[in-house]
Design a protein around this ligand. Structure first.
Ligand SMILES: [Zn+2]
Length: 700
């Protein structure tokens, strides 16, 4: 599983769908925030130490004490001055930068959409037509269910188990639900692609939403039922039939939820890797017809399947026999329609939003152009990525980011060598892995080839179907080929970053290499505290509780001595306990196990970035800028990237589903453990930002 810097959120269903097949854990892979920069051209020469850049008192709350709550001290002003927009459920630095990146994307897409002379089959024509069709609400209204009908008829025509198996196996059929299936790198043999299957098929954000009995879970389930009933009625069912169908879908999904593993259980890489021969999988899941699934997917040569969650697939196989076929068809019908409401008449999108609102707390739907933009980025992000990069990302910015990565790598090596708890044997393997990290910055060297994808202005919905089929085939055709090491899992304008353990690579799109994360005009302190800590974060994922299980070649293999492994687990447990105790809302606790990898990456990343910062002339010079010492500016740079706030509904969903802790704790959590921070702000034993020495976490 890839580790992101920040939560990835679903784009229009189109993009979500298109990528389902490719996910390692067979969970729905979602597209990220889009993003990048307005006026700050990266070509401006660096003026280290320029006053008024990088740290602004307006973003701070100088009435708060940095030793009591550093988040409030550093970002209290920003939060106060940046209320959450009505169409958003959270608002922070990532969104602020994302908005600036979207302004650039919007210009590119509007220009492409207004160009009716683009040569057919070119990227420009596809991008322009996709975006124009997504924006054309009149045409979408006029089309009604015209373009959906053939797909609904296909489901209606299913009359026995074999026809359903064919429907599910056909890459053309836009079948969603039941389970995840696709081609992914084999995590124990990283030079090969493998077929992977696993749990999936839910509509609500997590299994717990179906199974918990608290008041809020019940409210959400009631809203979900209203949503289903209203959609079924719009498709032509009468009230009684709509209610019956909604109940059937929910019953099926609840059964899937019961058979699903928790998110904490899904994090464990060993137990979610179960290699079966095709014969064994066929015998274990008799009603899934694995041989047919492979054949129709063009994977007839596969000898093995990596199954994430064997007990889940057993349950699905049983359900295919036990659940009435009529109900299974309603389940497929629901998943089809719910995945494409964005490209159906407005009433469908409104219903979808009414329900999403209960989950997220957003007050308004996002404007159409933002939704269309995210869909276009999800479908064809690399087709216009080059244009975005030309405008927002210079070769100089790329070179400077690369240099920073190498400084961080050197600093990390020093910390590994200095770790007093690690044996020489484990250190040697760790250094080998660190030196083997592949680094991707800005944008792909080789862009995706969209030549097999047909896009037109006729129907936004058909464009979604075409994109999903193309993505699915693009994923399936990797099987048997050499690993594509140039591939990116994020588009260039994305404000995010990731570590991919099987590739052993760290990846930073152009979208995040912008202020406030990285500002060519700011001093080193601010940039090391910002993008430096982000780079350190991604590197530390290679050595977090799950990332450490892969070796330098990206293979899941235990390279730790027994004693060192045990020491690591004990050290990580200290971090887990700290985060378990954080409460973003009354009675809502952070889940220290769910967020373990991210918390370790934040703590390690900031530590490594600080180590690298200590080598700079600014640190050694010790000269204050605007009244702050270099070290203070480093920590203010860190806090700046996590300036953020969210609606309570969002926070509740976040702690249940997001492996990242809420931003206040991402800011303060690592600092409470760092003597360098305490010294920088003169914090004393007994202050809230100073953990008692015996309770402190330190790994790297
Ligand atoms: Zn991360």
């Amino acid at each position: 599983m890839t580790h992101f810097l920040f939560v990835r959120r679903a784009a229009l269903s189109v993009a979500v769908l298109g990528l389902v097949a490719g996910t390692a854990q067979a969970q729905t892979k979602v597209k990220t925030k889009s993003s990048s920069v307005g006026k700050t051209k990266a070509t401006v020469p660096a003026v280290p130490g320029q006053t008024g850049v990088g740290v602004s008192r307006a973003n701070m709350d100088l009435t708060a004490s940095p030793c009591d709550n550093f988040f409030q001290y550093a970002s209290g002003g920003w939060v106060k001055n940046h209320p959450i927009p009505a169409a958003e459920s959270r608002w922070g630095s990532f969104n602020e930068l994302g908005d600036r990146n979207q302004a650039i994307e919007r210009r590119i897409l509007d220009k492409a959409a207004s160009d009716r002379m683009a040569k057919p089959g070119t990227n420009l024509q596809k991008v322009g037509d996709f975006h124009a069709a997504a924006m054309d609400s009149m045409a979408i209204e006029k089309a009604g269910l015209k373009y959906l009908q053939p797909r609904l008829s296909q489901i209606a025509a299913i009359n026995d188990l074999p026809t359903m198996q064919h429907y599910l196996a056909d890459p053309k059929s836009f079948a969603t639900g039941w389970y995840g299936f696709g081609v992914t790198q084999d995590s124990k043999n990283s030079t090969q692609y493998a077929v992977r299957m696993g749990q999936g098929g839910l509509s609500l954000p997590d299994r717990d939403y179906y199974l918990k009995d608290d008041a809020r879970s019940k409210t959400i389930r009631a809203a979900y039922q209203t949503y289903q009933v209203n959609i079924f009625k719009m498709l032509g069912d009468d009230q009684a039939t709509a209610e019956k169908n909604a109940a059937a879908v929910t019953r099926i999904e609840t059964r899937l939820a019961k058979a699903s593993r928790t998110r904490v259980a899904l994090r464990d890489r060993e137990s979610n890797y179960n290699k079966l021969t095709v014969a064994q999988a066929t015998a274990d899941y008799p009603n899934l017809n694995v041989p047919l699934l492979l054949r129709d997917s063009g994977l007839a040569d596969a000898k093995d399947i990596i199954v994430g969650q064997p007990e889940f697939l057993k349950e699905v196989s049983a359900m295919f026999k036990e659940e009435p076929l009529a109900d299974q068809k309603q389940y497929l019908r629901w998943h089809l329609v719910a995945a494409v409401t964005s490209a159906l008449p407005k009433a469908y999108g409104d219903e979808s939003f009414r329900f999403a609102q209960v989950l997220s707390g957003a007050k308004q739907q996002q404007p159409r152009w933002k939704r269309a933009l995210r869909a276009t980025d999800g479908a064809l992000g690399e087709a216009f990525g080059q244009l975005y990069v030309d405008e927002a990302f210079s070769p100089e910015a790329k070179a400077r980011a690369k240099a920073m990565v190498e400084n961080l790598r050197t600093a990390y090596a020093e910390r590994i060598q200095a770790a007093d708890w690690m044996s020489a044997a484990t250190k040697a393997e760790a250094l080998k892995k660190l030196n083997a990290f592949a680094v991707k910055i800005g944008y792909p060297d080789k862009w995706k080839d969209y030549s097999a994808l047909t896009i037109s202005r006729e129907s936004a919905l058909n464009n979604l179907f075409a994109t999903a089929e193309w993505s699915s085939r693009d994923n399936l055709k990797k099987f048997g080929k050499p690993i594509d090491r140039g591939e990116w899992n994020m588009t260039p304008p994305t404000v995010n970053a990731y570590y991919n353990p099987s590739m052993n690579e760290i990846v930073f799109p152009a979208g995040i290499l912008q202020p406030p994360f990285y500002d060519p005009k700011a001093d080193d302190a601010v940039n090391y505290g910002g993008i430096g800590a982000v780079i350190g974060h991604e590197m530390t994922h290679g050595f977090d509780d799950q990332g450490r299980k892969s070796d330098a070649s990206g293979n899941l293999r235990d390279w730790w001595t027994k004693e060192d492994g045990e020491k690591f687990v004990a050290k990580a447990a200290v971090v887990g306990k700290q985060y378990d105790a954080f409460t973003p809302l009354d009675s809502v606790h952070v889940n220290g196990n769910l967020t373990m990898g991210e918390n370790l990456a934040d703590l390690g990343g900031l530590t490594i970035a600080h180590q690298a910062f200590m080598k700079t002339a600014q640190y050694k010079g010790g000269k204050s800028i605007d009244g702050f010492t270099p070290e203070q500016r480093f920590f203010l740079g860190w806090a700046r990237i996590w300036a953020s706030h969210a609606r309570p509904e969002y926070v509740r969903q976040q702690v249940m589903t997001d492996p990242h802790s809420p931003e206040e704790f991402r800011t303060n959590g690592p600092l409470q453990n760092m003597p360098e921070f305490h010294a920088a702000f003169g914090c004393k034993e007994g202050d809230k930002m100073v953990r008692p020495t015996a309770d402190r976490a330190k790994i790297w």
